[in-house]
Design a protein. Structure first.
Length: 134
């Protein structure tokens, strides 16, 4: 059988299977909030955004790592994860939640920046161009 680190062990060789080391890595991601339809304003970064990590491709389930919060630059690093498949769920009040499915198969996986869109009906969904003066 194929073991956690990719080596092949005989299915009856328990010592071989049990002695295999699980490789570990980390996920790095950046969250960006879309402020408006104006591209110049879309560089607003998402500090204090919640990031939840689930093992496997699922939206709900046991959280693998405690909930993380992005730093003031909208970045978060989740370390010491077993090589595996994960679901990353990003939540920020006033924005539509984002979900990414990732396969951690290297020491450091950098996920492309995640751009969060304002939720319909939220004050954040109103753009300056939509406002008029009386």
């Amino acid at each position: 059988i194929s073991t956690k680190d990719g080596l092949v062990c005989n299915v009856n060789d328990r010592f071989c299977i049990q002695s295999q080391q699980q490789k570990k890595g980390k996920l790095l991601l950046t969250v960006v909030l879309q402020a408006s339809s104006n591209p110049m304003e879309n560089s607003m970064l998402a500090g204090d955004t919640r990031v939840l990590l689930y093992r496997g491709y699922q939206i709900e389930g046991a959280i693998v790592d405690t909930m993380k919060v992005t730093d003031p630059k909208g970045q978060v690093s989740i370390k010491d994860l077993n090589y595996d498949s994960y679901t990353v769920k990003i939540i920020k009040q006033g924005y539509i939640p984002e979900i990414r499915f990732v396969d951690l198969q290297e020491e450091k996986l950098i996920i492309e920046p995640i751009i969060m869109q304002p939720a319909p009906g939220s004050a954040l969904a109103v753009t300056p161009a939509a406002c008029t003066s009386a």
